[in-house]
Design a binder for this molecule. Sequence first.
Ligand code: SAH
Length: 261
Amino acid sequence: METRLESAANNLRIVLVGTQHPGNIGSAARAMKTMGLSRLVLVAPEKAPDRDTHAMAAGADDLVETAPVFATLAEAVADCRWVLGATARNRRIQLEPLHPRDAAQRAVAATTSGPVALVFGRERTGLTNEELQLCHAAVHIPSDPAFSSLNLAAAVQVLSYELRCSLLGDAVAEASAAVRTAPPVEGVASHAELEGFFAQLGEALEQIDFHKGRAPESAMRKLRRLYLRANLDSADVRLLRGVLADTQRMARLAGQAGSAT
Ligand code: SAH
């Protein structure tokens, strides 16, 4: 059975209008496929997909081969429930553009009621005002206003990424939280390394008379908990043991000075 993620992805359509460089069609297909999107639609490309397209698609050729070609944008989005136009510039007559993250969330939410289109314009001139008027909302990648126009396929990549993050939703949040709290994969200190450190810590605390007659167990338990929470790797343990070694050396020197007087 189709999962919610698959059905949402299948309802997300990337529409390229009047593409001038066939290579960009291939790059856009590749950008989409890396983000799990497969519904590419072409509107009146200036040149049909060619060798450059396939060279740039680098394995995403299936998206190009199955892409329907329409004469007009209106036909390409006729069955869509929500149509979002990607614009490199703000134009006076247009709606306030959405931020890519908000746009992606709304696009994914809208897939529950049917197909949703994300429309990209021509490399040189973008979308015409007539084409933008066919869109329900606009999205603008907040690029440097002094150099605001991304390469067509780069714009497809950024917005496809945002769509994917929205599709993955909570799964992404959980995964990134897990990465933050997980111990480093390489170099995690071994049990023996940690025990060696705790033994030296115990000795050093004795030497500096940290416990002052109290039983050392309670403080050691708390310190163990604290250091274990830190997911120490081998290098961390070496650093801490270096600090302890110097502490012990100073304690010995202080002890010798004390007994000499
Ligand atoms: N000179 C054209 C640039 C077109 S770039 C213009 O000013 O409109 C080709 C397409 O990539 C654009 O039509 C748009 O769909 C998309 N694009 C490029 N930069 C973008 C940006 N900063 N935000 C959103 N879409 C962008």
